[in-house]
Structure formats: structure tokens, C-alpha cells
Design a protein around this ligand. Structure first.
Ligand code: GCB
Length: 578
């Protein structure tokens, strides 16, 4: 799926700003034709979660409507017109000028509809988006799940989610209108390889519309200008460009080439789309994870999209701030725990040279009633995520789930299927599952590398770091002996309330968090098969209400508003060496 861009053939209109908003707790809106407009709306900011914008929406679980009037420029006459929602959590139904145009399930991925026949070009139009966020065991991520399927630690939560972050809801990313020519470039897939000093760029282009059987692919960098004529067979054109003496994309040198595709008819160029691409390889070789044929070690964090008031809404300033802090501390990587992050975040990661474990929203999975539906949804999420993020050099690993409660035998089949599904969609990247069961996880054999979350010294062995590190050491050794694959420790950490101190260190103090992180890093870095350490978590974040959480999960090495705790300074010394 291509991100909407402007050029001489395409236009984009960003509807971000204020929308009309109305709650519909009794779900009467559709029957009463609210899609054509309704009285009594209040203003709401989009993109942003609805929860903290008003006093009555904090824990609202139900249906809510968004309305926006917009004027479509006359210059869009004769074009195809599209409506694209960056993400709406959890379920969205969309109308344009009162006419239903489509729906989408899943809170963190974009969806778009062609609306050419439903709009007035050179006139005023209105969209209505109904967003519903109820928690259900058959949704992913799940909530309100039957008592027998609940893990004990998730027993009493409000709202009743089956995961450890607040279920922020609403339209979280921009709503765009965009135009394309009637004959247009629908999709571009780029896979790169390296042969000695050569960079290999394989492309696949899909076009739509009857016109335009040929075109051009251009690749431009500092030292090169390549182009190739392409010919479509049906809707598809494939080919290869070879860059002699290429600059490879890496954290140290996030070098881009500009790839431009042009679609031509007998009258000349009729559409154009440009992508920034990085030439790099990523693969598992024996015990190691290799970037550009050399072993790499991931240093970084699990994160969240989370900030006061705006909630999970796109926050450009926060993206820039987080990258500046991650660079300051010497990190080179993060995981999009526990759902896909904004496309804007992925773009900056490409530019800053960060390495990403890209995760679908499959958190809190359990295996009881509804497993087949959850599997179908996870496959849909993989389709959408890989289609959205496949061309980002920063994305090096797909993660199909975080901490599934996979003790039942059917979990094995479930993850075998998901692994294969991801590989069929993209065989160029390793695929992983982030496990809490470790040695008891039945499906690790399928995955290219192992990701493990561990909390010795916190949830178990509290306050006993010698014992905690001993257990970690032993478990890593056993896991490696069995699976012989690289392991990334994708979560470890301790809660620290900023400003709370104790010497000798005790739980919840900055000293204890710093000490635990230091000791864990020593164990991890002593093992040749370890491919990375991701601390949980980058910053404190809001959770559902629970007796174990004082509003926030406090495992951040930065506070929620990004002030460093003691652990941040310590990590800077470990990772950046200063
Ligand atoms: C985990 C989860 C993460 C939680 C974390 C914790 O294992 O993956 O979502 O926030 O533990 O702090 O308990």
C-alpha cells in the first residue's frame, strides 16, 4: 500500500484538525441516519484518542461518530478520488455524503476506499466515520475474556483488557483525501540484496487501469543515475537494477536511493511515484543476526505510542523527541510493541538508521473459544502490515505476537500457520514470536530467531538480583542448547517511580531499576548467541486500572514526559560509552 504523496499527477488533502463528534451508546445512529448528519455534535481533535479530550469519554467503550465537511477542488475532476484513514481503534464504518463506503477492523493500520462516484468535485462533501471500541474475546487484542482463559496477573483490570496498556480509542492517525490518475501505479515492492560491492534492487510494480503498458524505473543516488524501461504483463512489471559500488543502508550510514516509477501511455507519462529505498540485507546465520552480511547486536527498547491528552494519536513532536533521546542514549533499535506504529515514525526510523522489530497487534492471545477467528484476524493484520511497511529498510524482523498464553496444543498449529503466512508475504526478513513461556513455548522451532521477555528480579525473585541473574543465565543457556538460534531479550526491566531512591537498592527505586538493567546487560552481552537487548520500557505509559499499577506502568527509563531516570544515564554509559 503506497502512502499518499503529492506530485504533478497526484494530490493530497489532509483533514486533520477538528471533527464533529457524538457518542452513540445505544447504537441508534445508523438507523436514525446520522451518516447524513446529526444535531448536537461537539468538536474533537483528529488525530488523537477520544479518551482524555473530555471528562465523559475517559473509559468510554462503545460507538462514537466523527463528522467532517470538506471542499473538493475542481482540479480533481477526472481523477480517481480516495479516502484514507491512517488508523481508527477498533472498528470503523465509513460513509461519504450519506453513502456507505466500507468498514475496517483493527486499530493500528491504515485503510482506504475509492470514493470517486460518491463525491461532488468542486463542491462540499461530508464524511461520517463511526468508531466502536468494545472489548471482546474474539477481537485482537482481546478483552472481556472468560475467567477460565485469563492469566492470573490480568484478573482485575478496568477497562477489562487482556494486555498491559490503556485501550486508547478513536481516530489516531490522519484522515486523507487523495487523488490518483485513472490509470495509476497501485503498488511497488522493493527487495534488495548485496553481492560484494554491488547493490541489487529487485522491483515489482502493480498498475491499475486499461492504459499504460510500459514505463520507467529510475534509481538516483549521489554517484549513480540508473533507469530502465519496464513493460507490464497484465498489471504486473518486474525487474532488477544493479548498482555497482553501492552505498549500503545501515545504522551508521542510513543511505537512501530515490526510486521513481513512471507509468506511460502513448501520450507520455501519466503517473509517477517516488520511494526512498535503502539497499541492505538482513538474515539469520547460525547463532547471529546479520545486517549487510555482518553480525549486529540490537540495543534499544520496547515502546508505546502514549502521551498525556493526545493518547495514542499521532504526535510529530514526540516522534522527533523519542528519536533524539534514543540516539543520545546509544540505542540502535526498537520494537513496535504491541502494535504497528505510525507511518511517520517508520519514515524517521529509516532516516535515522534505526532497526525495527515490527509487531502486529497480537498481544494477550489465548487459545480457547474463538481461536479460528483470532487466527484469521492475525493473518489480516500481517497482510496489512507487510503491505504497508515492506519497503522500509529499518524494518528487519516481523513479530507475529507478544506473549501469547500458548500452553494449549492448538497454539502450535496457530503459530506454524502465522509464521508461514508471514514468510509467504515476505521471505526477505526473519520472522519471530515474542515469548514469555520460553522453554515451554511449543512453537519456537518454527521461527527464525527467538525473542524472550523476562522479569526475574521483579515479578519473581523480587529484590534478589544475584538469583535473578543466575536464573536468566541458566534459561538462556538451555534455550540456546535446544533451539540453536539467535536470541533477543525483548523485555526486561523494573518499575521505578522517578524521584524514589534507596541504598542499597529496593524495588520501585531508580537505583534498583538501574542495577537490574546493568546486571541483565552483563549476562546478555556475555553470550555469543544473543542478538540484542531491548529494555522494557522506553518511557512510562498509561495502563488500565489495576492494583499493581499507579496509573502508569513505571518501567520506563524515561518518565512519561521524557525526563531521564538514573537508568537512562547508566544505559548511555553502557551503550554510547560515555
Ligand atoms: C510484559 C508485557 C508488557 C508489559 C510488561 C510488564 O511481559 O509484554 O506488555 O507491560 O510485561 O511491565 O508487566
Amino acid at each position: 500500500m503506497l502512502y499518499p504523496r503529492m506530485n504533478e499527477f497526484r494530490d493530497v488533502l489532509d483533514l486533520s484538525g477538528f471533527f464533529g463528534f457524538k457518542l452513540d451508546p445505544d447504537k441508534i445512529g445508523e438507523k436514525e441516519r446520522w451518516q447524513e448528519g446529526v444535531e448536537g455534535c461537539r468538536d474533537i481533535a483528529v488525530p488523537a484518542s477520544w479518551n482524555e479530550q473530555f471528562l465523559d469519554t475517559k473509559n468510554y467503550m462503545g460507538l462514537a461518530w466523527y463528522f467532517k465537511k470538506f471542499y473538493l477542488p475542481s482540479a480533481w475532476q477526472g481523477k480517481l478520488i480516495w479516502l484514507r484513514v491512517g488508523s481508527a481503534n477498533y472498528y470503523a464504518k465509513v460513509w461519504v455524503n450519506g453513502k456507505f463506503i466500507g468498514e475496517h477492523e483493527g486499530g493500528h493500520l491504515p485503510f482506504q476506499f475509492e470514493i470517486t462516484d460518491k463525491v461532488i468535485v468542486g463542491g462540499e462533501n461530508m464524511i461520517a466515520i463511526a468508531v466502536e471500541n468494545e472489548l471482546s474475546p474474539t477481537r485482537v487484542p482481546p478483552g472481556n475474556i472468560p475467567a477460565e482463559d485469563k492469566s492470573s496477573s490480568r484478573n482485575q483490570l478496568y477497562p477489562n483488557v487482556h494486555f498491559d496498556f490503556f485501550p486508547y480509542s478513536g481516530i489516531h492517525r490522519p484522515v486523507y483525501l487523495f487523488s490518483t490518475p485513472r490509470n495509476y501505479i497501485e503498488d511497488i515492492t522493493v527487495v534488495t540484496d548485496i553481492e560484494n560491492k554491488k547493490g541489487i534492487v529487485d522491483y515489482k510494480i502493480i498498475k491499475q487501469g486499461g492504459d499504460g503498458e510500459r514505463g520507467y524505473v529510475h534509481l538516483v543516488g549521489d554517484k549513480v543515475k540508473l533507469y530502465k524501461e519496464i513493460e507490464f504483463r497484465g498489471n504486473l512489471a518486474k525487474g532488477r537494477l544493479v548498482v555497482e559500488d553501492a552505498s549500503f543502508w545501515s545504522p551508521e550510514n542510513p543511505y537512501f536511493y530515490e526510486l521513481t516509477v513512471e507509468l506511460c501511455s502513448s501520450k507520455g507519462i501519466i503517473d509517477r511515484y517516488s520511494l526512498s529505498i535503502g539497499i541492505r540485507t538482513i538474515e539469520v546465520r547460525g547463532n547471529k543476526l546479520h545486517l549487510n552480511k555482518k553480525a549486529i547486536f540490537l540495543k534499544g527498547f520496547g515502546k508505546h505510542e502514549d502521551f498525556p491528552i493526545i493518547g495514542r494519536g499521532l504526535n510529530h513532536a514526540l516522534i522527533i523527541k523519542d528519536f533524539s533521546l534514543m540516539k543520545w542514549i546509544g540505542a540502535n533499535s526498537f520494537r513496535t510493541s504491541h502494535y504497528p506504529y505510525s507511518e511517520e515514525m517508520m519514515d524517521i526510523a529509516d532516516k535515522e538508521g534505526f532497526l525495527i522489530i515490527d509487531e502486529i497487534p497480537a498481544v494477550g492471545l489465548f487459545f480457547g473459544k474463538g481461536t479460528e477467528r483470532r487466527l484469521t484476524l492475525c493473518k489480516q493484520y500481517l497482510n496489512e502490515l507487510i503491505s504497508r511497511d515492506k519497503n522500509h529498510p529499518s524494518v528487519i524482523i516481523w513479530s507475529v505476537a507478544n506473549e501469547p498464553h500458548s500452553t494449549k496444543p492448538e497454539a502450535k498449529h496457530f503459530f506454524k500457520e502465522l509464521y508461514q503466512h508471514a514468510k509467504n508475504l515476505d521471505s526477505s526478513r526473519p520472522v519471530t514470536l515474542v515469548s514469555m513461556l520460553g522453554l515451554k513455548e511449543q512453537s519456537l522451532e518454527y521461527f527464525d530467531l527467538i525473542c524472550l521477555n523476562r522479569y526475574y528480579g521483579w515479578y519473581s525473585e523480587p529484590g534478589q538480583l544475584d538469583l535473578a541473574c543466575h536464573k536468566l543465565d541458566q534459561e538462556l543457556e538451555e534455550l540456546h542448547k535446544i533451539h540453536r538460534k539467535p536470541i533477543i531479550l525483548t523485555e526486561f526491566g523494573a518499575g521505578a517511580i522517578a524521584g524514589l531512591h534507596a541504598h542499597p537498592p529496593e524495588l520501585f527505586t531508580e537505583e534498583y531499576q538501574a542495577e537490574l538493567i546493568k546486571r541483565y546487560c552483563e549476562v546478555v552481552e556475555s553470550k555469543p548467541y544473543m542478538a540484542g537487548e531491548h529494555i522494557w520500557c522506553f518511557a512510562d505509559f498509561k495502563t488500565a486500572q489495576h492494583s499493581r499499577r499507579a496509573i502508569l506502568n513505571r518501567k520506563g527509563v524515561f518518565t512519561r514526559t521524557r525526563e531521564p531516570k538514573l537508568a537512562a544515564h547508566l544505559l548511555k554509559r553502557i551503550w554510547a560509552g560515555s
